[in-house]
Design a protein around this ligand. Structure first.
Ligand SMILES: [Zn+2]
Length: 318
């Protein structure tokens, strides 16, 4: 039918327009640093595709001048040739220099530092308050929190009884939690801020490459029995991870009326392979009609954000 064809063409045009719009506009001639594991290399290809012919290699720490960006690839010059490299291995020069000059800390060192930092912060806060009573120091100033909206893109996650995708709920929750934590002074990094597919490896890489104080993965649950319900927070290692999980689980449960399923140990990849302090929160069952209704309300989202923020503050500032 004609109207259908017109509609389809219109939709295809819209999709093409959206797809062709680069998600990040690289400013003119920005310099980036290659960050790959020692010994491995980043391939330069003729085209912005993993099928493009390889024309060269870059090593960890190499500098790349970027002229253009498309589909997650950046355009650079290699000799007198145009080449493309995958953007996920490139970091702004300034930021990366700081990173490279910071010795990679072991997970335990980092956790000890986090608690030392919080003590320093307490005393410096007290000092500042005496000097300048009018100046408020926000409780999470200086802390970098990674918020990881579960799933995304081709991976919808759990599918709710009304067809809602977990990936959309987690994205909304991450934005809401980010706003709340930022108001408390935290520096927030999102593993994704749109409906895009990010592999678990890349989520961990994002955590590892920043000076991350805590990595918080956000999810919703699903189960064949519609009566399954409640919230739980997962951790991998006993000790600090468990401690953070308990603080967050308790604080969320204070704010929302969903069943408290407590903390649970699990070897989820984003936790197990993560050298930073990390937890994964399951914020209710999309397979439970009653619970899904609550989850979709803004009031629930606000309460969850308040709970997570409170739990993180209780963990760090003690
Ligand atoms: Zn999930």
């Amino acid at each position: 039918m004609k109207w259908l064809i017109t509609l389809t063409t219109g939709a295809a045009f819209l999709v093409l327009t959206l797809w062709c719009t680069p998600s990040v506009m690289a400013a003119d001639n920005e310099t980036y640093v290659v960050d790959v594991d020692n010994g491995s290399s980043l391939l330069i290809r003729e085209e912005p595709s993993s099928n493009g012919k390889v024309i060269g290699k870059l090593r960890d720490g190499d500098l790349v001048t970027v002229f253009d960006e498309a589909y997650g690839w950046v355009k650079t010059y290699y000799g007198n040739q145009v080449g493309w490299v995958a953007s996920q291995y490139l970091f702004p020069e300034q930021q990366d220099r700081n990173f490279l000059h910071t010795q990679k800390q072991t997970a335990m060192n980092k956790k000890q530092n986090a608690s030392r930092l919080s003590n320093q912060k307490k005393s410096s806060t007290a000092g500042k308050n005496e000097q300048k009573k009018s100046q408020t120091v926000k409780p999470l100033s200086g802390y970098t929190i990674i918020l990881d909206a579960g799933h995304g893109g081709k991976d919808p996650g759990a599918i709710g009884i009304d067809g809602t995708y977990e990936k959309d709920l987690t994205l909304h929750t991450a934005a809401n939690v980010a706003e709340n934590l930022e108001a408390s002074g935290a520096n927030i990094i999102l593993t994704r801020d749109k409906d895009s597919y990010i592999s678990l490896e890349n989520r961990i890489k994002i955590s590892n490459r920043h000076n991350t104080d805590a990595f918080i993965s956000l999810h919703y649950n699903s189960f064949p029995l519609p009566t399954a319900s409640g919230i739980s927070t997962y951790y991998y290692t006993d000790g600090e991870d468990l401690d953070l999980a308990e603080n967050i689980q308790a604080a969320i449960s204070n704010h929302v009326d969903l069943k408290n399923n407590g903390t649970r140990q699990a070897d989820y990849r984003v936790l197990k392979k993560n050298s930073d302090l990390s937890v994964l929160i399951e914020l209710g069952y999309v397979s439970n009609p009653l619970e899904l209704g609550k989850i979709q309300s803004q009031s629930y989202q606000d309460r969850v954000a308040a709970g997570i923020s409170e739990g993180i503050q209780r963990y760090f500032i003690r």
